[in-house]
Design a protein around this ligand. Structure first.
Ligand SMILES: [Fe+2]
Length: 294
């Protein structure tokens, strides 16, 4: 029988103290479009999914939920049973939220609330016509309490594959598709967001995004530089509520059947296999902001 398997990160739901500024940032700066506003909560779409970013007004900031799509080989009841056998409690919700009629809600060992679903409604809003307009929400990095248990959970319970580490006990990279990482889990004694990341189309898009961000008052805090793990060219900035946002291109593509990454000219060795890295920048560049300590 099939195993539980997610294949993409679909949305991130933010708690927001100043929802007006967050919605302004996601529409006018990032180029997302609003697909729906319900009960004060704003649902924003990259192009096709009902939502990829959710802004939920609150008295705090940070992450409210992460949403992952299941491959659909198992019913939600079967997924729930598989999780239950592994000692993981979950709740199936009907008429759960706009865009998703049924989902499973559970907590990972770090304490993050995650939602799993097989179907999301599509929207007709399309890509934005101004602002950055990324290709997609690509990955999330979070500090995790119960670091080892959390990594194990994503591998064993949700079907993620390990792709790289930085340091032995610092950061683990995991994927549920061909992108080098969909998750970056960082050891800590508290669980909180490290950054979220959006894929751009190419290097010229990266330059244009930095021009637009600086013009709109969002300076680049780290980068551009090529990472070691993933080899993505990345820049980082703060959104209006100081969540760190990465924009990247050129991420390594994983071939699970071979356990290697597609060959690229900048790779340090061939074939390129998952390994332990020491530095963050493949170019050796040091920036004022230390990404290892944000
Ligand atoms: Fe990242």
């Amino acid at each position: 029988m099939s195993t539980v398997s997610v294949f993409r990160l679909v949305y991130i739901d933010f708690y927001s103290k100043n929802a007006v500024s967050m919605v302004d940032y996601y529409t006018n700066t990032m180029g997302y479009r609003i697909s729906e506003e319900v009960d004060g909560i704003t649902y924003l779409s990259n192009a096709l999914d009902h939502h990829n970013i959710v802004i939920t007004p609150s008295d705090k900031t940070g992450i409210r939920r992460y949403g992952y799509q299941l491959d659909g080989n198992l019913s939600l009841e079967e997924v729930q049973e598989k999780l239950h056998v592994q000692g993981i409690n979950s709740t199936i919700k009907d008429d759960a939220k706009p865009g998703i009629s049924r989902l499973i809600e559970l907590q990972d060992p770090a304490g993050n609330t995650i939602e799993l679903f097989t179907k999301m409604q599509q929207t007709t809003v399309g890509f934005g016509s101004s602002g950055i307009v990324p290709h997609k929400l690509g990955h999330v990095a979070f500090y995790a309490n119960n670091f080892n248990e959390t990594i194990q959970f994503y591998k064993d319970a949700l079907g993620f594959a390990f792709t790289d580490k930085i340091g032995e006990g610092f950061a683990n990279f995991l994927t549920c598709n061909n992108d080098h990482h969909v998750l970056n889990i960082i050891a800590s004694d508290e669980t909180r967001l490290h950054h979220i990341a959006f894929q751009l189309k190419d290097a010229s898009h990266q330059y244009a995004s930095s021009d637009l961000l600086s013009k709109q008052g969002y300076p680049i805090l780290w980068g551009p530089s090529r990472h070691t793990a993933g080899h993505n060219i990345a820049t980082y900035h703060h959104d209006p509520e100081k969540n760190v946002v990465e924009l990247y291109t050129d991420m390594d593509q994983y071939i699970p059947e071979l356990g290697i990454f597609e060959p690229r000219p900048w790779h340090e060795e061939l074939p390129m296999k998952p390994k332990v890295w020491e530095a963050l920048s493949a170019w050796g560049t040091e920036f004022e902001m230390d990404l290892a300590k944000i």
